[in-house]
Structures are given as structure tokens and as C-alpha cells.
Design a binder for this molecule. Structure first.
Ligand code: PMV
Length: 323
């Protein structure tokens, strides 16, 4: 979950960002993926949350199909593949499902084909599936370096601190709607880049936010990290809102929660919010205030579900296979 957002690409093919970003890898939301390449398979099969997916759709071709094409080009492996992937949280609703999904897929492919990629190389592979996945290979707090090179070899995720460095940092995922969003982040960011008059403003201040959040994490300074993350999220949304046609990912419940967090803060209960390309509100707080904040969110009666997370580990290979 991004604290300083990635919003806009400078190279869509190589998936290179206009700006660096920082996220927290969360322990509460994950993707579990099994991959098998086998010369006896007749066709590629992709099973998502237990359901066999249609591999002829544009959505499949743009995401999983594109990624597999890349892997085949890179490894010269022509075998058909079977992939099964489960998320333990709602998909395409602004909960970073593509970050978890492509980080897990890259790691599973690396294991299945014995590619031996290290964390940095894995991060660059995951980047090609979905930008946000670049950061989700590593655990704890992670920075995706923008990089300068045209070939993208300096654009990857790097851990700032491991998960146990900041044990009492909490994020509450307040799920206000389980519907899939209408505009995917990929389409949303490309449209913003082309038409929002606010986009140059976004780019001109994101470097300062990165410095503040990076240092704030190292200092475990909750006020600096929370405040900067909230401001950064609002700046990103201002570019979306002012694009043509306007993209407003917020629902009335989203705005209600934003106001609630600000009011609680005025009362001395310190918490901050952030939202991605969707209506869900993620509230950042410290462990000591978790129960109070969770109780207040529940009392509002506008959430479908609340998932509490702390900094979690990055990708790992397990012996638990889905088939
Ligand atoms: O990588 P994508 O296409 O899922 O884009 C992610 C965009 C945001 O979630 C809005 C911001 C971010 O940094 O994760």
C-alpha cells in the first residue's frame, strides 16, 4: 500500500514511472500463487480465486498474457503454463491486488523455472506486470526508485527498513464497496498524464514527499509519515479529479471516513488516511490507538469489512501448492 504514490508512466512498455514511490508491504492482504510450466499442457490456463479465466479477453491479454509473453521471451521456454492464484481480499477495488498478484506471480515463475533471480531482478520482473508490484517483492517499507536509464535497469524496489523495524505501525483497510472499479489505475493514470492541468504540480512536489516519508520511516516519526502520506494521496486524487473526463474514485462513504479521521485528529486521536484508485480508505495509526479507531469506524456503520494490517514480509516460496 503506497504512502507516496506512483502515478504516471514515462515508458508504458517498460513500465517506468514518472516519479519514485514508497509503500508498506502489509501482512493482512496477500496473493497465493502456484505456477507449473509443462510441455504436455495443450494451452495456458489461468485460474483466479478458483475460477478458470477466459484467456481471450483484452484484460487477460493486457495483464497476465503480456507478462507470460515477456517471461517466454526472456527464458526461451515455450511450454504452456497453468497458473492458479488466490487473493485473500477483494480484487480490482483499490486494494493493490495487482501489486500482490504480480509480485506473487513473478516469484512463483522464478521458482517454477529455476531462474535464480535475486530480489532486485525479481522486482524488475514484477514491474513489467504491474508498476506497484515492483515494491511488493520486499517486506517492510519499500521505495521504488524512479531510475534514470532508458532501459529501466535502475528502476526497482529497495527495502528502506524491514517489517519488524516499525512494529507498532498499523493500517486499517476500511472497505466501503466491494464492487470492481470502473476505471483501472492503468487507464486512469494515462488519462491523467494527458489531460490534467494539475499533473505538473504533482510531479514538482513528489520528490519532497519521498524525502520526508523515507526519513520519517527511518526515524519512526508517525506524524511526519502519516501527514505526508495523506497530503500526497490528496495531491494524486486532485490530478485524477481534474482529468478529462473526470475520474472520482471516492464514494460518499469515502468522504465520510476522510472527515471522520480529520475530526478525530482535532480531538487528539492521531490518525491519517490514504486512498488509491478506488473508494476504500486506509487509515494509518499506531497500535496504541488501534482499538479506539476501529471501534469508531465500526460505529459509523458504513464499512463492509475492516482488515487490520501491520508491516509484513515480502514474497516467499512455500510448499503449499494450489494444485
Ligand atoms: O501498478 P498499478 O497499475 O496497480 O498502479 C497503482 C497506482 C496506485 O495504486 C494508485 C498508486 C500506487 O503507488 O500503488
Amino acid at each position: 500500500m503506497a504512502l507516496v504514490k506512483y502515478w504516471g508512466k514515462r515508458d508504458t512498455g517498460l513500465m517506468l514511472p514518472k516519479n519514485g514511490s514508497i509503500s508498506m508491504t502489509t501482512d493482512g492482504l496477500f496473493a497465493h500463487t502456484t505456477v507449473e510450466f509443462n510441455p504436455s499442457f495443450k494451452e495456458d490456463k489461468f485460474i483466479f480465486n478458483g475460477l478458470l479465466q477466459d484467456t481471450t479477453t483484452d484484460a487477460y491479454k493486457e495483464y497476465v498474457g503480456f507478462f507470460l509473453g515477456l517471461v517466454r521471451k526472456m527464458t526461451k521456454n515455450k511450454d504452456k503454463v497453468k497458473i492458479s492464484s488466490n487473493n485473500n481480499f477483494p480484487t480490482a477495488a483499490g486494494l493493490a491486488s495487482s501489486a500482490a498478484g504480480f509480485a506473487a506471480l513473478a516469484a512463483a515463475v522464478n521458482g517454477a523455472l529455476g531462474l535464480g533471480l535475486n530480489e532486485k531482478e525479481l522486482s524488475m520482473l514484477a514491474r513489467r506486470g504491474s508498476g506497484s508490484a515492483t515494491r511488493s517483492i520486499s517486506g517492510g517499507f519499500v521505495e521504488w526508485k524512479r531510475g534514470e536509464k532508458e532501459d529501466g535497469t535502475d528502476s526497482y524496489g529497495e527495502q528502506i527498513v524491514p517489517p519488524d523495524y516499525w512494529q507498532d505501525f498499523r493500517m486499517l483497510f476500511c472497505i466501503t464497496s466491494l464492487k470492481e472499479k470502473k476505471v483501472k489505475s492503468r487507464a486512469g493514470m494515462s488519462q491523467t498524464l494527458k489531460t490534467s492541468p494539475m499533473y505538473p504540480g504533482w510531479l514538482s512536489t513528489v520528490g519532497e514527499d519521498l524525502n520526508k516519508v523515507r526519513q520519517g520511516i527511518k526515524d519512526r516519526n508517525f506524524t511526519v509519515v502519516g501527514r505526508t502520506a495523506e497530503e500526497n494521496c490528496l495531491k494524486m486524487h486532485s490530478t485524477m479529479i481534474t482529468t478529462k473526463p473526470s475520474i472520482i474514485y471516492w464514494k460518499p462513504e469515502t468522504v465520510k471516513l476522510m472527515h471522520a479521521v480529520m475530526d478525530w485528529r482535532d480531538d487528539g486521536l492521531e490518525s491519517y488516511f490514504t486512498m488509491d484508485a478506488g473508494p476504500q480508505v486506509k487509515i494509518m495509526c499506531l497500535e496504541k490507538d488501534l482499538e479506539e479507531i476501529k471501534g469508531r469506524v465500526q460505529k459509523l456503520g458504513i464499512t463492509e469489512e475492516i482488515i487490520v494490517s501491520k508491516p509484513g514480509s515480502g514474497v516467499k516460496l512455500t510448499g503449499e501448492h494450489l494444485f
